[in-house]
Design a protein around this ligand. Structure first.
Ligand SMILES: [Zn+2]
Length: 328
């Protein structure tokens, strides 16, 4: 039996799995991302997962960005102890295996294309709508990573050149409208106050959103995206408007990407996507309004089916496809 070692590295969780060629997970484990000495935790996780499995052919890693594929280094925003960390080289040394690296959202797209909601599609855009907005492209079946691994940064496509300044330095970025914290911010600015008397854990949405790595707004005392989704589902007009606004920005981005790259399928995941119809119904409606050309109008938008497992699946596919070589 052949298998590869897939690794998914996020700000809250490290995950690893041995995955066979059909995409079946032979064994897997996760652990919380420590504040410091992440590499020791990762090494222990790899040891745990590989100890009793068949030998792996190669390693694929999906890591929170920014990543630099030219150098094999990572500087995840939520992991201050890793800045310019030579992750690819360290894992290669540790395992003695050919090792490939990509961004976690790129792996999300590749995983959904391989095993999830985008299976069988010619070209796909994967969008992770969460604390920020990430993305990845699979074009004619192959991941489009870019020379430094930054292809697919759709959260920072401008959908309004006169719009608000974004944290990235740009203006009118989709992320300013559609990420969980930005929808919450807009709703609060427009008079939303979370409905009283409802516990955050009391709804279906909340349970789905509670999974690791999909937290929409994890810090502070402010109400989070789960409360906003709950209130939108209950018909609160400002909460509904926040999702309408976020969905419309996403629709503008999706129509633009479809026009540029003729993607046929868009898979949306991340914590905000767990809001379900509260997001997808206005998204479909906005896309119907925004998109013009027939091939753009034909784009299929789907909710992620793999959820938090998508990036791990994509990391495995990356390892298989590359044969362990990242020389491009
Ligand atoms: Zn931006």
């Amino acid at each position: 039996m052949t298998c590869v070692l897939a690794i998914d590295i996020g700000g809250t969780k490290l995950a690893a799995a041995l995955v066979d060629e059909a995409g079946s997970v032979l064994c897997s484990a996760t652990r919380p991302t420590p504040r410091t000495d992440v590499m020791s935790a990762l090494a222990a996780l790899i040891e745990e997962v590989t100890a009793n499995g068949p030998p792996a052919l190669a390693v694929g890693i999906g890591c929170a960005g920014p990543v630099d594929l030219a150098t094999g280094t990572v500087s995840p925003v939520n992991m201050p102890s890793w800045r310019g960390f030579p992750l690819r080289e360290e894992v290669q040394k540790l395992t003695g295996l050919p090792t490939v690296l990509a961004g976690d959202a790129q792996c999300f797209a590749l995983g959904e294309h391989w095993l999830g909601a985008g299976r069988g599609s010619a070209s796909l855009l994967g969008v992770v709508v969460s604390t920020g907005i990430g993305g990845g492209l699979v074009i004619d079946g192959a991941p489009l990573l870019g020379p430094t691994g930054n292809a697919g940064h759709v959260g920072h496509m401008s959908i309004d050149p006169y719009g608000e300044r974004c944290e990235c330095g740009g203006r009118g970025c989709v992320e300013r409208y559609s990420s969980g914290p930005n929808m919450v911010r807009w709703a609060l600015d427009n008079g939303w106050s979370p409905a009283a008397g409802q516990e955050a854990g009391s709804t279906r949405h909340a349970a789905e959103l509670a999974a690791p790595d999909v937290t929409m707004l994890s810090t502070g005392e402010q109400p989070d995206g789960r409360a906003l989704a709950r209130d939108a589902a209950a018909g609160d007009p400002v909460a509904v408007a926040a999702f309408e606004r976020g969905a419309r920005a996403l629709a503008g981005m999706i129509a633009s990407v479809a026009a540029a790259a003729e993607v046929t399928t868009v898979v949306v995941g991340g914590g905000v996507s767990a809001a379900g119809e509260v997001l997808f119904e206005p998204l479909e409606r906005a896309l119907d309004d925004v998109a013009g050309l027939p091939f753009v109008r034909a784009v299929q938008v789907r909710q992620s089916t793999l959820g938090v497992r998508a990036s791990l699946a994509g990391a495995a596919k990356l390892a298989y496809d590359s044969g362990g070589s990242q020389a491009r």
